[in-house]
Write a protein that binds this ligand. Sequence first.
Ligand code: SF4
Length: 703
Amino acid sequence: MSSDEQQPVETICPYCGVGCGIKVQPGEAPEDMRFMPWGDAPVNEGRVCIKGGAATEVVGHEDRLTEPLIREDGEFREATWEEALTRVVDELSRIREEHDPDAMGFFGSSKTMNEENYLLQKLARRYGTNNVDNCTRMCHASTVWALRTSLGAGAMTNSMADLEEAADVLWIQGANPGEQHPIANSQYFRQAVLEGATVIQVDPHANKTTRSFEIEETDRHMHLQLEPGTDIPLLNIVIKTILDRHDENPDEGWIDETFIEERTEGFEDLRETLEGFDKEAAAEECGVPLEDIERAAEKYAMGNNSAIFTGMGMSQHTCGVDNVQNEINLALITGNLGKPGTGVNPLRGQNNVQGTSDVGAMPNVLPGYQLVDDDEARESVEDVWGFEVPDEPGLTNVEISRAAGDTVQGLYIMGENPVMSEPDGNHVEERLDDLEFVVVQDIFLTETADYADVVLPATTWAERGGTVTNTDRRVQRMRPVEKVHENTRHDLDILTEVGTRLFGEDAGFDFDDPEEVFEELREVCPIYHGMTYDTLGTEGIQWPCYEPGDEGDQFLYENSFDTDNGLGQIEGVRHQEPKETPDEEYPLILTTARLEEHYNTGTMSRRSPTLNRQHPENFVDIHPKDAERYGIDDGDEVTVTSRRGEITVEAHVTEDIKEGVIWTTPHFADASANRLTNDVLDERAKIPEYKAAAAEISVDVER
Ligand code: SF4
């Protein structure tokens, strides 16, 4: 069938985790591929943001990789698939023989599908290592850790739909859905507000979310503009206010005593943690008037249903797990869990970051979040796979990069760009240079592919079939158009080929299509077990779906939590400063975030004319008083430096940011925030502290 005869296909937007359905209509030439609205798509009912509407622009882009590449004498040359795959398999075999299986690291991708990530983590484990991870490490590893440990599942407790229907307070902390989850914001959150909900936004930066809720009835919108890294003290003020008011007036319903009694443990620990807590001193530390925080506390506690949304402003700290634990504490003591319109709800950044973790592309868990060091769980997976899985958690992606050239000698990177996505990018480049072998499987020659020995050209999101899982646990099918470049291959086919060549035809890598892989995934992933491609249909199903016929759950924990004893875990937490604080040499706090028109490392969005036109270059927001002190005018070219590097960008002088704080983005190759960010990690979740680093700024023009 020629491309002009192809019918439009129903698929899922490749960008953020909202999971909007779109249609793709192939044209006569690759560059003619068109977006079409999918009017009755389950999540978005036809609406899309600028990224969704422009998503097809990258499919036929002239920069696409179209042939395998092999590095020879420092330069890439085109190669046949046979040459490239032979080199990959030879090098992987050599590294295992000369070193050991843990000398390889495998990076899955939140931009690829469940089936592909499932097969990549199976490949790593068959190779003999748990050194497999994905970029959830960079965004919500701490959220997943806290939710899994204290409630049971590392995912949104509720759904966008039940929040719209039932929530009367939306507490949005460290997230900017107006910018990063536009359809969640405009369709679900706006609707809740139109129906009377109150929005409390906690963020160091005034942004599109702030502006989207600037409504006349100002008492229904508060923006608590805190200093970066003071989320724990702010939430402790909220919790302390609620506890004190309850003690003064036990009948007013500030806390939910029955819920605490029957469904939680640890309440006394929380009380003890906050004994003698000085709210005034904490408010000063946060840089927010105490009475504003107390008023916000009252709104949250007095709402019938109050829902927390949490983002990377919370998770990307060395205290990321504790940040999210304090949100869980707040929800548990007020009984805001286990019913519609409530919960603790991470807004996931990438189209399949939830699913990539669900299917086990993480060093400590197998599919369905079964711990690798849980003998019973591991053995049940081994029974299906037919080989033994290492019983110790492997390295996370930042740990793999740090070990490059030391204990790690090779990297298999599927659709990731660590040179730009990891903190301290200059060091990441040096370490990649130290590796014996790097293979990159991608659609464009990324900044990371520059360090590869072999590059395998993959097909794009629009050309592949499979499933992805959105931010509210909805597993949805993506349907493909025909390939636009003959000699590219689907990620799944590449992994099938590599696995079969490495381990033999009967080793469990010989799959004909994504559905066959999904059928095996169901066998080892209890939360997906009840799903089939047929039952997913066009609506998708929200996990958990344990048995065929289960319809999935809009909200979790109606009767009990999925912890060992069924109780939600409350645990008091105390303020921990960011690991780097301002000093004489670096007197400013640098914080970072993303733009609506760009997507993470910009591999796709910078090549999309529609998106790139909006923001072709990076910039830094600086407060007018700081700008005056440094002699910076709006639009000046400035150099921002940290202990790790420098970038040159345009200054935006704005009161969106607080005095003493500067704000920039990671999307642009030549001036990414991640040349500056600090690679210190949360001890438990191993997520880097992207959100706070010490920095300095200087103006580059002579006046
Ligand atoms: Fe795509 Fe997210 Fe925009 Fe929806 S909100 S169209 S999923 S980028």
